[in-house]
Ligand binder design. Structure first.
Ligand SMILES: Nc1ncnc2c1ncn2[C@@H]1O[C@H](COP(=O)(O)OP(=O)(O)OP(=O)(O)O)[C@@H](O)[C@H]1O
Length: 299
């Protein structure tokens, strides 16, 4: 196990920000941390990096306690983006790379590579404050990647990026994963987590509500969606036993069910009423799971 978070609790005064968190991440795995605002994601990252000390529990990476300050193998994209606005991009990135243990020559080479890869070589000699917010974000991402870390902690890496840049960053992160790096990132975008992560956790109020592989999380939810497209009104079917929720759509309706057999009964009942144009059983989306789990935790 590369990264082990074992029964970790963090309190600020009497307030519990992270409550008995358990996460295990294998090397070469992409792990998604999902959670409502204030769920404890950033606090968790800071504890992993040794920037905050847990009140209870242990965190180890490759069997040892982590110190972000001294380990050259860790890359961190903090939530609060902290570049020096007056400094030129090049000076800034070389300075940050040197803090991560790189020599100037290697830093310059890595800088050229990453500015080219993220299609912003023209900003090399600009001051950070002259760049747009999204391009500043790319510079900060480069700062977290350029020393080729083996453990990457990314706090909301995609926020503020346009779709083209999101794809660029996804591809870069996947390359790191394919090279054996362990990656942990937080996001409010379910689709990014669904697409990228082998494993995930959903947190609310410091507690881990759900965790596992995407498949396990979806199966564990115990509900499925049945999508029916038809040209007649399907709303009568909402009251059938086993139908938990019906959401009308332009072409028909989506029924949430908790038992496979109900899908069959829905189809039969729908067919009695008219021709069916489409009938599809779908796994629940991470979005639905998040809304229900986090919504219940708020209640
Ligand atoms: N230094 C601190 N002192 C007191 N409370 C803190 C401190 N840092 C965080 N908290 C509280 O701990 C809780 C968790 O905060 P955290 O930043 O970890 O959440 P988050 O999941 O990253 O949220 P977001 O998605 O909004 O970034 C919040 O209620 C926050 O106010």
């Amino acid at each position: 196990m590369t990264l082990q978070i074992d029964q970790v609790t963090k309190k600020f005064g009497t307030f519990t920000a992270v409550d008995q968190l358990n996460i295990e991440i294998e090397q070469g795995t992409m792990y998604g941390l999902l959670g409502a605002n204030g769920a404890g994601k950033t606090t968790t990252f800071r504890m992993i990096l040794g920037l905050l000390t847990p009140n209870e529990g242990h965190i180890t990476w490759r069997g040892e306690t982590i110190s972000y300050a001294t380990s050259p193998h860790i890359g961190y994209l903090p939530e609060e983006r902290g570049l020096y606005p007056k400094m030129k991009v090049e000076e800034q990135l070389i300075f940050l790379a040197q803090l991560r243990g790189m020599n100037k020559q290697d830093a310059k080479q890595a800088l050229t590579h990453w500015l080219d890869r993220f299609e912003i070589p023209q900003y090399r000699t600009k001051r950070v404050e002259e760049l747009s917010k999204g391009n500043q974000q790319k510079i900060q991402v480069i700062a977290s990647l350029m020393h080729n870390p083996k453990l990457l902690i990314l706090d909301e890496p995609f926020s503020g990026l346009d779709p083209v840049n999101v794809e660029m960053l996804k591809a870069a992160i996947l390359d790191f994963r394919n090279d054996g790096a362990t990656i942990l990132f937080s996001s409010h975008r379910m689709d990014h987590v669904e697409e990228l992560c082998e494993q995930l956790s959903i947190m609310a109020h410091g507690k881990q509500l759900v965790q596992g592989s995407l498949k396990e999380v979806k199966r564990g939810y115990g509900k499925q969606d049945v999508r029916i497209h038809a040209d007649f009104d399907l709303s009568e079917l909402a009251v059938m036993p086993g139908v938990e929720k019906m959401t009308p759509s332009i072409e028909g309706a989506v029924f949430q069910i908790s038992d496979d057999i109900v899908a069959q009964q829905l189809l039969e009942e729908a067919m009695k009423r008219g021709p069916i144009r489409q009938f599809v059983m779908e796994e629940p989306s991470l979005h639905d799971i998040f809304i229900e789990k986090v919504g219940n935790a708020h209640a």
